[in-house]
Design a protein around this ligand. Structure first.
Ligand code: FAD
Length: 306
């Protein structure tokens, strides 16, 4: 395939076909908007009056469309669509041990409630991560799993970023620099003593944006119900997807027993304050949802531990 350039009166649109060409363009025009499915950018232009002078479509870059199956997980190129991710993860769920694919099952389940087929067929994983919406449905799962991103800049220089509480810097702002391009996202396998779930509460079950959503992961000490580490990420509770860092620290060493629930409720309330009058309203309900999600997770894991 050939590289393309379209020049309009207000916008230049590039469709490069090699990674080098893409990185050179992003270096020359750091403010250029990358566009894949156009399901975020299109809304910004049409409904939010945004204008982008330079647009780059990285739909034809081989590295960004690659899916690599590795011994400890699957790496998806940044331009891979959500439908393709769903299909690949479902295949992995069918072929691997149950305990390895607990996070994949949470992603597949979340994608079921994510937009409709038309959107999922064109929207890319990079578009969801990079938009950094506070109610993204995938970002809470990715933070809870600590997925690894590979980004690249001019001359093919790459660096890896683990998605954790430092990844979202502010409203729609991430740790990826303007001159960098997201190349791939690695979704790791879960381990035998690791459990993972995702939750989304919306007004309508299908094709609706979340009021609050969450990804929760727990890792136990071998052959025990003692917490080695837990990661809790929430959307809809702040201007970015956030992690409940106090709860994450304080729960270490605790047993998966009923008295944990009351303490977690207290820690989550202090991690996710949401004062009355916060944008989005329903503050008390949203705070309660966070605690309810954890309680649901607690019961689900308890049943699996028995
Ligand atoms: P685009 O609009 O093409 O791009 C989005 C952003 O990502 C741009 O800023 C772009 O520059 C950046 N970007 C893309 N690729 C790269 C890269 N490789 N490197 C650096 N930056 C990059 N979201 C949800 O979370 N849950 C939902 O249920 C949901 N429902 C929706 C329903 C509708 C009707 C619509 C229109 C949108 C919905 N969305 C939802 C939002 C949207 O579909 C997703 O965020 C989607 O993943 C965006 O992907 P895209 O490829 O269309 O992004």
């Amino acid at each position: 395939t050939q590289s393309l350039t379209f020049m309009g009166e207000r916008t230049i649109w590039y469709r490069p076909t090699s990674l080098k060409e893409l990185l050179d363009l992003k270096h020359t025009y750091p403010e250029a908007k990358l566009v894949i499915g156009n399901t975020e950018v299109g809304v910004e232009i049409k409904l939010k009056n945004m204008h982008y002078k330079t647009m780059i479509a990285p739909s034809h870059i081989p590295e960004l469309n690659k899916i690599s199956k590795e011994s400890d997980g699957i790496t998806f190129g940044a331009s891979v669509t959500l439908s393709m991710i769903e299909e690949t993860l479902q295949d992995s769920i069918n072929k691997n041990q149950d305990c390895q694919t607990r996070m994949y099952r949470a992603v597949v389940e979340m994608l079921r409630w994510f937009a409709g087929h038309q959107i999922r067929n064109v929207a890319a994983v990079s578009g969801n991560i990079m938009t950094a919406s506070p109610i993204s449905d995938l970002n809470p799962l990715f933070l809870a799993a600590g997925v690894t991103l590979t980004v690249a800049s001019k001359d093919g220089e790459t660096r890896q970023i683990v998605m954790d509480e430092k990844f979202f810097l502010g409203y729609r702002k991430t740790a990826v620099k303007p001159e960098e391009v997201l190349i791939s996202v690695k979704l790791p396998f879960t381990q035998q003593n690791e459990y993972f779930c995702g939750y989304k509460q919306a007004n309508r079950r299908e094709d609706d944006i979340a009021i609050v959503n969450s990804g929760i992961q727990v890792l136990f000490e071998p052959d025990s119900n003692t917490i080695k580490g837990m990661r809790l990420a929430f959307g809809g509770m702040a201007p970015t997807t956030v992690m409940a860092t106090t709860a994450m620290k304080k729960c270490v060493g605790r047993k998966w027993e009923d008295d944990l629930v009351a303490d977690m409720a207290e820690w989550l309330a202090s991690d996710l304050p949401l004062p009355p009058g916060s944008p989005g309203g329903m503050t008390e309900y949203r705070r309660t949802l966070c605690i309810s999600f954890f309680y649901k997770f607690y019961l689900t894991v308890l049943m699996q531990l028995k």
